[in-house]
Design a protein around this ligand. Sequence first.
Ligand SMILES: [Zn+2]
Length: 331
Amino acid sequence: MKIMPELPEVQTIVSELNRKLKKRTIKSVTVNAPKMISMGPHTVSNIRVADNGKVALFKKMLVGRRITAVKRRAKLIIINLSRPSDALGTPSPFLGEGNKVRASLSLLVHLKMTGQFIFEDDRLREKTGGKYRMFNNLTAPPVKLPGKHTHVIFEFTDGSHLYFNDIRKFGYMKLVRDDEIDQVKELLEYGPEPLDNEFTIGAFEAAASKAPMGKIKQVLMNPKVVAGIGNIYSDEILFHAGVRPTRRVSSLSDKELSAVYKWIKSVLTKAIKAKGSSVGDFVRTDGSWGQMGKYHFVYGRKGQKCKKCGTIIQSVKLNGRTGSFCPNCQK
Ligand SMILES: [Zn+2]
């Protein structure tokens, strides 16, 4: 099953890391999977290179820098880093021989399907014994970190650690200078942030009307129409809006389209409050699970009774993805 963290899960990680990492200084970096890191604004290819020279430079550019903030754009995590403490800076991989990177940098991280961050300080290690349930499966034994799926480790000057785990290794880390961040292709391509004030009903209608023949679930999951919505939240949004996932955009009444818009905001807001849904391998940065799964009405509930009307939840295939819906509550 293809399950990816969506906006609420990534926002949960970002809010927690922003609180926990801010003002910490990187003491050392360990990279166990060189193919998961890259440098510069260019797109990270699926065919990735394991280059040890790249690892040495990646570490050199990070050590000694302080984390100034952790932010989010769509499903990308943006870790802002200070200028280097060493006044000379680090030789630049972007500017050619003899140039130094004195600029502030950002580390962009995409969790893709199974990426996870665990931040461990003395307090958490004491509480957990350094072991975490990483797979949302109560029968799977807890894992001691760093484990075999820990690919990058950041150690901070106060002795705390940030572990980046990823079973499938589809996730990536990309280090860029802040003055070139506007050249990062994925950042340029993302559609509007659904929880921003600029994402008005007019903006949503304009974006959706570009694909009048598109099915509403697929349109909601198109990151160019609106950022950060995937299989889980598109199902939930459409349930509350009373619209079946297979409806074409052109067939929706104004009332239906505005209901979809309203529920985009309200489902995502509720999911952020519940710290995301722990389906797939999503865990919070202390290894605990998000609670939004309890509030799912249709996602993952095929064959069970609708929580509103008791009708059996059905599913439908859409371009290889499964949409679940209540045939009574959704028209
Ligand atoms: Zn129902």
